[in-house]
Design a protein around this ligand. Structure first.
Ligand SMILES: *Cc1c(COP(=O)(O)O)cnc(C)c1O
Length: 380
């Protein structure tokens, strides 16, 4: 018997209770019984994002919200600054360019975090920059950018937006939207929300709402002003993903009311820390040792080991699906998720499987040492 276990940083495993909630009969989204479901989602999301500002919901993957965060805020020929330190940073740039936004890049070595001083220098050299786009957690490299410090620099002078792809940060670690002065924060259902893919979320500050008024990039499906107008009456402009929202209400109550946001952050960090130490204990290097995100851990495939063969062995022989590297990191790293529905025994099991698979593909090490390290760090 082989149990299948999903350890990718999106999609993630979904708790049985959430899956059962989504199996209920479909309700009509314009009828009264939908309203309390939507309201629970809308209010729960504000608590997840730590904001008094509205948080919009879309039937889309996370990239839909990224697209809307360019098309609804800027006009062609506006100037944007993009922090490009991985696959998702590249995506910000591609979206800006698709809308004809003039884009200046800060290229950060993959696996490193951006230096806020570089952001300050770029803004000084280009005073016409209207928005700064970055990731909180660059899932492709497992590095974490210093969002708070970047936001301080962005708002030091001038009327500019800081737009944060926090798809693997909301519900992963503390990222208070209002306290840090973040103008737009995005996330998606298949990450820390313990949900299937299909929903994108977007918190929009008052400043961001002001920018929407004269943005001319053009949009139709993702019309933030239109959504903001109907949000208070617990509606969306188009048919919402009704059953996903029923599941989301359940997932939010698990996170916010049963575990609590602080405890969720602490659990995720503990799993991430134990995994990093465990990999180090058997001589493996991390891609982002200096600024690791607790969302997932990116481990370098050791010399002499074939990355794809290692992941295939892990999946087919041991049942664990971990993520490959993306773009130029394909085959060079593997990524183990910590965000969402994972407990210490899930993580210890994954670490044990990684050790076994490494041994199967010929990496010589003291088998059991990584598992032992994690066990000692995760016991009470
Ligand atoms: C998962 C993810 C996205 C969104 O990807 P989709 O496939 O569109 O859901 C965007 N940014 C980051 C950092 C992510 O981890």
């Amino acid at each position: 018997m082989l149990k299948r276990r999903l350890f990718t940083p999106g999609p993630v495993p979904v708790p049985d209770r959430v899956r059962l909630a989504m199996a209920q009969p479909i309700i009509n989204h314009r009828a009264a019984d939908f309203l309390p479901v939507f309201r629970a989602c809308r209010e729960g999301l504000q608590r997840m994002f730590q904001t008094e500002s509205p948080v919009l919901l879309f039937a889309a993957s996370g990239t839909g919200a990224m697209d809307a965060a360019v098309s609804n805020l800027l006009s062609p020929d506006d100037h944007a600054l993009v922090i490009r330190g991985g696959k998702f940073g590249e995506r910000w740039g591609e979206i800006c360019e698709a809308y004809g936004v003039r884009t200046t890049y800060i290229d950060v070595e993959w696996g490193k975090a951006v230096d806020p001083a570089d952001v300050a220098a770029a803004l000084e050299a280009n005073p016409d920059i209207r928005a700064v786009y970055l990731q909180a957690s660059e899932t492709s490299t497992a590095a974490r950018h210093p969002v708070r410090e970047v936001a301080e620099v962005v708002h030091r002078d001038g009327d500019r937006l800081v737009v944060v792809d926090a798809i693997t940060a909301v519900g992963v670690y503390d990222l208070p939207m209002d306290d840090w002065g973040l103008d737009v924060v995005l996330s998606g259902s298949q990450k820390a929300f313990m949900m299937p893919p299909g929903l994108a979320f977007m918190g929009v500050s008052e400043r961001a709402q002001r920018f929407m008024q004269d943005a001319k990039c053009g949009h139709y499906y993702f019309d933030l002003e239109k959504e903001l107008a109907v949000l208070p009456s617990d509606q969306t402009s188009w048919t919402p993903a009704v059953n996903l929202l029923v599941g989301l209400a359940e997932a939010l109550s698990i996170i916010l009311d049963e575990e609590g946001l602080e405890a969720t952050f602490a659990r995720t960090e503990k799993l991430a820390h134990a995994t990093r130490e465990a990999m180090g204990a058997i001589g493996l290097d991390l891609l982002a040792p200096d600024a690791p995100s607790p969302a997932c851990t990116a481990v370098m495939v050791p010399e002499g080991v074939d990355g794809p063969a290692l992941r295939k062995t892990l999946r087919d022989q041991y049942g664990y699906t971990v993520a490959d590297g993306q773009g130029r990191l394909k085959g060079k790293i593997f990524r183990i998720a910590h965000l969402g529905y994972f407990d210490r025994f899930d993580t210890i099991g994954c670490i044990a499987a990684v050790e076994m698979a490494l041994s199967s593909v010929g990496y010589v090490h003291e088998v059991g040492e990584a598992t032992r390290t994690a066990t000692l760090l995760l016991r009470d």
